[in-house]
Write a protein that binds this ligand. Structure first.
Ligand SMILES: [Zn+2]
Length: 320
C-alpha cells in the first residue's frame, strides 16, 4: 500500500543529496530527513514482519492516512483489526538510553553518563493523538469500533521512567496484546473484519511528499535539472543522436527516464512539452514523441498541454 510511496520518497531524497549545486546547509537538512525516514521505515517493517509471521486471523494495514478535515489526517503507521479493536502500533526504531519526562511530555536521549544528548516529541503523546483521531474518524463514518494501541520500541533502546498507564511494548508483546481479543467469543466475524479493512483501504489517502523541493525549502533555480550521470552525477554530454556520455566513461541511450523521474519527484508533478525541449535540447515533435512513451496523464490542449505523473512506483516506459 504505502510502501511504494516510502520507497519513492527515499529514492527522491537520495537523488536530491546527489544533485549538483546543492549547498551544505540544504544537504544537512536532507540528510536528517533521510535518516529519520529510514529509521521509521525500518521500525515499521519490523512490526509488519512480526505481525505477518504470527499468522493470526487479523487484518493488517499500514501507512494509513484518513482525512478528518481539510489538511487534517489521522496518520497511522500500523493498524491491526481484531474482533474487538482497531489497534494502532506506533513503531519507534531507536537505540541508546531514553527517558520519558513530563512537563512538558518528551523523550530525552541520554549518554552513558546521563547527560542530555537530544530531546524528542513524546511517542506516547503521538500515539494518544492518533488514537483520538481514529476514534473521531470512526465516529464520523458511523463505525462502532473501539481503538487501542501501543508504542513499540523496535530498536535496542534502554527505556527509563515509562509513563504509567501508557503501553510501551517490545515487539514480542504484540502477540499477547492481540490474542487478548480472541479469548472471549463474539465481536466482529472474520468477514466483518475484512470488510472494515476494505472500507478503510478505499478511503486511505497516502501522504505524498512530492515534489520534494517544496518540502525542504529549496528553489528550483538552485539545482541542475538536465541529464546527469547516475554514477558520478556530472553533466551528461550528447555526442551523437543517440549516445550520451559522461567524463567518467559511463554512457547511455536513455538519459530521459531518470531525468524525467527526477523532475517529477523533486520539482513538479507535471511537465510541459517546452520544458522537455529545454531539458534535452530537442524539437517539439521529438519531445511529444518522448512523452508518449511514459504513463503520463495529458491535460489541456496544444500549447498549454501539461503531462502529469501519479507517482505509482518508479517511472518506467510503457511497453511497446
Ligand atoms: Zn559519470
Amino acid at each position: 500500500m504505502g510502501e511504494s510511496v516510502q520507497l519513492l520518497h527515499e529514492a527522491a531524497l537520495d537523488m536530491l543529496l546527489n544533485m549538483p549545486g546543492l549547498e551544505q546547509r540544504s544537504r544537512s537538512v536532507i540528510e536528517k530527513r533521510l535518516y529519520s525516514l529510514r529509521a521509521g521505515m525500518a521500525g515499521e517493517r519490523k512490526v509488519l514482519q512480526y505481525l505477518f509471521n504470527l499468522n493470526l486471523p487479523v487484518e493488517v494495514l499500514w501507512d494509513v492516512n484518513l482525512r478528518l478535515a481539510p489538511r487534517h489526517y489521522a496518520q497511522i503507521d500500523v493498524l491491526v483489526l481484531t474482533p474487538f479493536h482497531a489497534m494502532i502500533y506506533e513503531a519507534k526504531n531507536m537505540a541508546d538510553r531514553l527517558r520519558f519526562e513530563s512537563d512538558p511530555s518528551r523523550l530525552d536521549k541520554l549518554d552513558a553518563e546521563g547527560r542530555l544528548v537530544a530531546s524528542y516529541e513524546c511517542p506516547m503523546l503521538q500515539l494518544q493523538e492518533e488514537m483520538a483521531n481514529l476514534r473521531q474518524w470512526f465516529y464520523d463514518h458511523d463505525i462502532a469500533c473501539a481503538v487501542d494501541g501501543a508504542v513499540v520500541m523496535t530498536g535496542s533502546a534502554m527505556i527509563e521512567k515509562p509513563p504509567r498507564g501508557g503501553k510501551i511494548f517490545r515487539i514480542r508483546q504484540i502477540r499477547n496484546h492481540i490474542l487478548g481479543d480472541y479469548h472471549a467469543g463474539g465481536g466482529r466475524t472474520q468477514n466483518e473484519i475484512r470488510e472494515l479493512a476494505e472500507y478503510i483501504r478505499n478511503r486511505n489517502e497516502p501522504y505524498m511528499p512530492f515534489p520534494l523541493i517544496e518540502k525542504v525549502d529549496l528553489a528550483a533555480t538552485e539545482l541542475f535539472w538536465k541529464p546527469v550521470c547516475p554514477k558520478c552525477w556530472r553533466k551528461l554530454e550528447r555526442v551523437t543522436k543517440r549516445r550520451w556520455v559522461c567524463r567518467c566513461g559511463w554512457e547511455t541511450t536513455d538519459p530521459y527516464t531518470h531525468t524525467l523521474e527526477r523532475w517529477f519527484l523533486l520539482r513538479s508533478s507535471s511537465i510541459t512539452n517546452e520544458q522537455v525541449q529545454h531539458l534535452f535540447g530537442m524539437s517539439q515533435t521529438a519531445a511529444a514523441n518522448l512523452l508518449r512513451k511514459y504513463p503520463l496523464k495529458k491535460v489541456g490542449q496544444s500549447k498549454t498541454t501539461t503531462y502529469i505523473w501519479r507517482y505509482k512506483g518508479r517511472l518506467r516506459r510503457l511497453p511497446k
